[in-house]
Design a binder for this molecule. Structure first.
Ligand SMILES: [Zn+2]
Length: 302
């Protein structure tokens, strides 16, 4: 067997000579080569001071060679803060069904279908947390909804409605029933309230929603029958601001400091618009536009 001296020398050579030293280790396993290595070892001891003096020591590379494996840098984990959106299906408490449309459909049923679709679509993006203020057959009061929305700490509130505008005429439905229709005032609108310090945030949200819906191809309401109720926003043509005496204003728009808008999706007495709201594409376009608008709203001012 090799002497302990040779084994120690071998370890030194491994550190300094690398590959060549490891080749020598193979020879150690060959008994016939042991003596050769031993002889070389004695020679090296004699020459070692000269070798060390002449060796171009790179202490840095030696240090690196002896370091344990370093942990690999990992990609930084980015956690996106989700925007908390309360989606309200307008009406649907006590006997408040909302308007009765051109096919005698109830507003509270339309708003629930649209609100549920919008809530699902927002959640699917991964960018939003969504709260639904009215679910299934539940009929919560508006005060109850607002309290729940504030407790949940929503960032924005989107309330879904439809309008019944102007002078309507009765139209027989073929089953003996009559529904009232008016084809003259189509279009969507966005409503908000100008009271108090929440006004700028409501305005920013309302303008973003109106703008994105128009960009998506929805046509804004002319406002011909809003004149006594609302003031048209000077920037966003689909935006309307409640201007009535405070006690007559829409409760849902003024009940919370959380930025809140109502979207009147269409004119429920206009059967052409009603048919459009039976199309899945309308729901898709509407939801994508509202999602984009909320992201616009969440962008800091430039
Ligand atoms: Zn309504």
């Amino acid at each position: 067997m090799c002497s302990g001296f040779d084994a120690g020398l071998y370890r030194l050579m491994t550190k300094t000579w690398g590959h060549e030293a490891s080749q020598k280790r193979v020879l150690f396993d060959d008994h016939s080569a042991e003596q050769i290595s031993h002889t070389r070892g004695q020679t090296l001891v004699l020459l070692l001071p000269l070798i060390l003096a002449a060796w171009p020591f790179d202490s840095h590379s030696l240090q690196n060679a002896e370091l344990p494996p370093q942990p690999q840098p990992q990609a930084a984990k980015v956690k996106l803060k989700k925007i908390r959106v309360a989606v309200d299906a307008g009406h649907g408490y006590a006997d408040n069904t909302g308007n009765i449309g051109g096919h005698c459909q109830r507003e509270m049923d339309h708003t629930l279908v649209v609100a549920d679709f919008l809530a699902d679509a927002l959640e699917k993006t991964g960018r939003f947390e969504v709260m639904r203020s009215r679910v299934g057959n539940a009929l919560p009061r508006y005060q109850t909804r607002i309290a729940a929305i504030e407790k949940w700490k929503a960032d924005v509130v989107i309330s879904i409605h439809s309008d019944a505008r102007g002078l309507a005429t009765p139209v027989e439905q073929g089953d003996g029933g009559v529904c009232w229709q008016n084809p003259d005032e189509p279009g969507f609108s966005v409503l908000w309230n100008d009271e108090g310090p929440s006004f700028p945030a409501r305005q920013k949200l309302g303008r973003a929603v109106g703008s994105r819906l128009r960009d998506a191809g929805f046509v804004e309401y002319s406002g011909v029958n809003y004149a006594d109720l609302y003031t048209q926003d000077p920037v966003e043509p689909s935006g309307w601001i409640d201007k009535r005496p405070l006690k007559k204003r829409v409760y849902f728009l003024r009940a919370s400091k959380i930025p809140t808008v109502i979207i009147e999706t269409h004119h429920a007495l206009d059967v052409t618009e009603v048919a459009r709201w039976d199309e899945p594409k309308t729901f898709d376009a509407f939801s994508a536009a509202v999602a984009a608008a909320i992201l616009d709203f969440a962008q800091p001012a430039k």
